[in-house]
Design a protein around this ligand. Sequence first.
Ligand SMILES: Cc1cc2nc3c(=O)[nH]c(=O)nc-3n(C[C@H](O)[C@H](O)[C@H](O)COP(=O)(O)OP(=O)(O)OC[C@H]3O[C@@H](n4cnc5c(N)ncnc54)[C@H](O)[C@@H]3O)c2cc1C
Length: 402
Amino acid sequence: MAEIGGRLVIRQGDAVAELEKLALETRAEAIFFNRDPDPFGRGVEERLEKMGARIGIAIRPFKDVAIHERNEVLTGGGDPFRVFTPYSKAWAKLPKPPIAKRISRIQSPSGIFSLPHPDNSTWDLASAAKGVLEAGEKAARLRMQAFLDSGLARYGAMRNLPSGRTTSRLSQDLRFGLISIRELHRATLDKMETLDAAGRDSAATYVSELVWREFYMQVLWNFPAVLEEEFNVKYRGMVWPGKTANFQRWCDGETGFPIVDAAMRELRETGFMHNRTRMIAAMFLTKDLHLDWRMGEMWFMQTLADGEIASNNGGWQWSAGTGADAAPYFRIQNPWSQTKRFDPDGTYIKTWVPELLNVDVAKLMDPPAPGMRLALGYPSPIVDHSVVRDITLDLFKSAAVQ
Ligand SMILES: Cc1cc2nc3c(=O)[nH]c(=O)nc-3n(C[C@H](O)[C@H](O)[C@H](O)COP(=O)(O)OP(=O)(O)OC[C@H]3O[C@@H](n4cnc5c(N)ncnc54)[C@H](O)[C@@H]3O)c2cc1C
């Protein structure tokens, strides 16, 4: 942005109060911003409108975070969708907004006060997680291009494998607007044209994942209560009777379930977790440890570099069995069989759980004999999956309000 005359001004405090000061200092005529789907953003935006009216400057909100936002995708009867597949069909039929031209020049007034920029030594960057991907538009664009060139055509076949670069890793860039969703979507469709039939199927799967992102945004927009309560009315107020002491072991990756521990340690060390292992770890917290999905949702928001309220809430409620999901609560993943399917050579586990580096891969696929450990210094499983699974089924049966 600096190359075209832009300036980043950093202020700290209440967003609306600081914007008002800045607008008055710079004699701004208008404030332009991209709308948020979450209730916090909506609250800020409503206050911004009032502030603009009071001090006499124009407030110009734009749609940028999604291709289709808020209530643009509705059923024939004009209601919001509660299930993904019909939503995605309706989404696909709508005309897509054009891609905006890149701005070539910005005029910034000089002499505006700003707090130090992040590259200044006063910011504590050293404490940030070591493995977080490089930030910035340049890095985001390189990632997008690399994925389109060599990842898209095999995405469909590889996307469920947590080890290696099997997905686009663009979530943090989308989360912070470092790449435009319209541009990514367009570039995906353009690349799709050049691929063979299998590659085109793969690209269609990728587009479908981008639509999941917008599905959860519209769920949050239309049903903001999902942040507090279960989306599925049948399970509202459901009690999760698990031991809270187990929560810390889950956060620390010390459950004795190698695939869960690998996922939780990947998160701690890199601020990222693969989608497949997000589902495994989330189901484990709720359906094996019987702890409230809101605890895990909060931990993910605090630790994920791509932490985004709508997808996070949607992913947690889906995994907990309380969410916008066509499949019922008795979809309970077995962490051991998930390992066999998605980490058959143990590479993912061995990358993140060094205690298991020298353990025979076959031993990572099934629980050890009762009371036994897989390796010295590594805990025995915190629960017996087959036992806690039955308890989960009873919990849901007794919680269901017909
Ligand atoms: C419990 C749980 C919590 C999650 N929390 C978040 C979160 O806070 N922020 C977030 O961006 N995603 C979240 N997801 C969705 C998904 O795991 C991540 O978007 C994905 O792992 C990011 O990696 P990627 O960019 O390589 O994805 P890719 O597989 O390359 O997908 C491309 C893009 O599609 C979108 N996408 C893919 N899968 C999903 C999905 N299931 N739901 C919504 N959007 C999706 C993302 O924007 C992603 O960047 C969560 C999923 C679960 C199960």
